[in-house]
Each structure stands twice: as C-alpha cells, then as structure tokens.
Design a protein around this ligand. Structure first.
Ligand code: ZN
Length: 385
C-alpha cells in the first residue's frame, strides 16, 4: 500500500471515532503522495471511521484537481450548473481502481493547494467559536502567540465558491507570512488543519481542540433522570403518528438520553437557544436543522409545526427534545445515531456561543443554497444507505 494511503487511513480512523470532532459522514481528510503527483482523499458520503484499505477513499491526479480552481469558464456558469460540473470534474480527476458510486469529497479541490496532509473536521470546541458573535476576536487572542497564526475564513457557500475563497485567502496569507497557514477556522462551518505529515497534523488537531476547550464550559455530568419504558413508548407512538400526519413518512423513532442531552435540556434557555436557527451546513444536511423543543407532548401540536416548516419551504425537524423525557429522533437507526451526535454537538456550541456574544446561525439564503446543493443530497443518500 502507498505510504500516503496508509497515513490517510490512520488519521481518518483516529479522528473519525470521536463524535465531538466529526459527526456522521461529515469532515474529510487527504494526504498527497511523496512524488507530488497524487492525492488520496476521503470519498463523499462514507464516514471517516469506516475507511479501510479498499473503501472510503479515492486517488486523484493533483494537477487535474488544481486546474479546476484555475478554470475561469466555470465561474460563468449558473450556480447549480457550476456545482454539478465541479463534482463531475472531480470525478474525472480520479485515477484508481475504485468501483461503485464513491465520489471524492466535494471539498477535494480545496485540499489540493493546502499542505501535504489535510484534516477537515466539525469539532464542537471549534464550533463554539465559529458560531459565536465574538468568536473571531476570541480566537485571535487565544492563538496570538502562534508563529503561524490561524487563518479566519468568513462564511461562504460550500463547494467551489468556498474552494476559490480559500485559495485567495491562502495566497494573501502566504504573501504576508511567507508560508501557508496550518490552522483555518471557517465561520459557521468548522476547522481545517494542514501540515507536512500525519503525526504533526494529528498533534495540531489536539492542540487546537485543547486550547479552544480551555475557554469553554463543559456539560455537567450526572443529570440523567430515569424515564419509564411506558412513558418512552407513549412518546414514541405520539411522535410517529404526528410525523406521519405531517410528512406521510412511516418513520422509526429512536430514543436517546445521556449526560450531554440531559445537561442541555436542564437549561432554562434551551428552547430559546434552539430558536436561534441552523448553525452549520452539516446540521442542516444531517438533522434538518436544530431539534424541536417539546414542552408537553399532549399539547405540542407536532404535526402542525412540521407542516408549517414544510409550507415555508424549510426542512422539517427530525429531532425532538421532549421536556422531562429526552431526545427522540425520526428516521432509520443508523441515521438516528448521527442525528443524536449532531444534536449533542449543536447543544454544546449553542451553550458556549451564547456566552461569547451570542449564537451566529445561517441566514435564509445560505440555507436555501445548501438545500438545493446536489452534492450534499448525494452525500446524505450515501450516508443513509
Ligand atoms: Zn465541512
């Protein structure tokens, strides 16, 4: 096996197992070969932790990947036609024996011009800052002693616009500091770490997360109250019925209750924090936005609220935080676990961002873009398959 591929599998498994770093099929990793000709990158839709020597990655010709960013004809295309064209070109840049529908990560061309090893994550610790009104200023303070300071990337629609924006920002950064950045914080999105090898990249991931956590409040343990099986069964039935009435889908309802969920639900401002809206592209893609707060199951009008979301052209909730009971998720078992991880990630970010000037969320135009994004729809489909 190529050394670059074995490094890729190692870092992917390592970071992919931790749901505070990455949830569901989100995040991506890449390693360039020693000769500089190829880049091994995570395949779209598969989870990082599921990568192995035969699946979950693609090998791409680096020059073909880089030419996508430089191609000016792409900029003249209409937004969605452009995104589809980019996804097709990324597929054409693949050069390996992988069969089946595995496409390279939609962020592949962005990895192309970063350092040899790239780890892109959606950590809750970084999220607390990138989703907070004072987050940028606080990060600058927190990392001010770094010789290679972090690069802040203002919110940009994911896909080719983001790749181009980062290419430009990295170019400016290089002119100013004489080298490429190693830490990139993406507003309302996540974190990129990029260095010359797998070990230094993993070390930097942990350093950044620890430093972020040093300023954050962790959820208190031991708040989980016991809920009777009878009560859980009744709530499941109720949500299933209301969900079907509004969406026409026969969903399985899963129940989750743990420290992280309990700590968030115990807060008086939980409902208000959820009302701040969708935090990141991944929260929208994987869990259709934040959970619905249900004060009292009998009078919650869940069907009515879901119908209203659908009428407004928004995605309807999949997660329901029921007071004095726990988290209920509508959907297949495997998807439900991802939704639980996203709810916990989102709860941590909201609680901390609120203390740092307030919660920043995606606006209507940004949400609409993601909802229509062909590549994302593909990603979710593969993740649920
Ligand atoms: Zn991302």
């Amino acid at each position: 096996m190529d050394e670059a591929l074995s490094q890729l599998i190692r870092i992917s498994k390592k970071v992919g197992r931790d749901s505070t770093l990455v949830q569901g099929g989100g995040g991506n990793t890449s390693v360039k070969t020693a000769d500089g000709k190829y880049m091994y990158i995570k395949a779209s839709g598969t989870a990082l932790k599921d990568m192995n020597k035969s699946r979950g990655w693609r090998r791409m010709r680096l020059d073909s990947v880089l030419s996508i960013i430089k191609d000016k004809s792409l900029a003249r295309l209409e937004t969605h036609a452009r995104e589809i064209e980019v996804v097709n070109r990324l597929l054409l840049a693949c050069d390996d024996e992988v069969r089946g529908p595995a496409r390279p990560s939609v962020e592949a061309h962005l990895h192309g011009f970063l350092d040899k090893c790239v780890i892109h994550l959606h950590p809750s610790a970084a999220g607390a800052f990138v989703n907070a009104k004072n987050g940028k200023a606080m990060l600058e303070k927190l990392f001010k002693t770094e010789a290679i300071p972090p690069l802040w990337v203002p919110y940009t629609d994911p896909g080719s616009t983001l790749a181009k924006k980062i290419a430009r920002l990295v170019g400016n950064y290089q002119k100013r500091f004489g080298k490429k950045p190693q830490i990139l914080f993406l507003h309302k999105h996540g974190l990129f770490i990029t260095t010359g090898n797998a070990d230094s990249a993993l070390r930097l991931v942990h350093k950044v997360i620890n430093r972020c956590n040093s300023k954050l409040k962790q959820p208190k343990a031991g708040k989980v109250k016991s809920v009777s099986q009878e009560k859980i069964k009744n709530i499941k039935q109720c949500i299933r019925r209301e969900f079907f009435e509004a969406t026409g889908e026969q969903a399985t309802i899963s129940f989750f209750y743990d420290n992280e969920i309990a700590a968030f639900m115990a807060r008086k401002d939980a409902k208000e924090m959820l009302a701040a809206g969708v935090l990141t592209p991944d929260e929208l893609v994987y869990s259709n936005g934040p959970a619905m707060w249900v004060e009292q199951i009998e009078t919650a009008d869940i069907a009515k609220r879901l119908t209203l979301q659908i009428k407004k052209g928004e995605k309807h909730c999949l997660a329901f935080l029921v007071k004095d009971a726990g988290l209920f998720v509508a959907g297949k078992k495997k998807v439900a676990q991802t939704v639980r991880d996203i709810v916990a990630y989102s709860a941590f970010i909201r609680s901390n961002a609120k203390r740092m000037g307030g919660i920043c969320s995606l606006n209507k135009r940004q949400r609409d873009f993601i909802n229509k994004w062909e590549a994302e729809a593909f990603r979710k489909k593969v993740a649920g398959a």
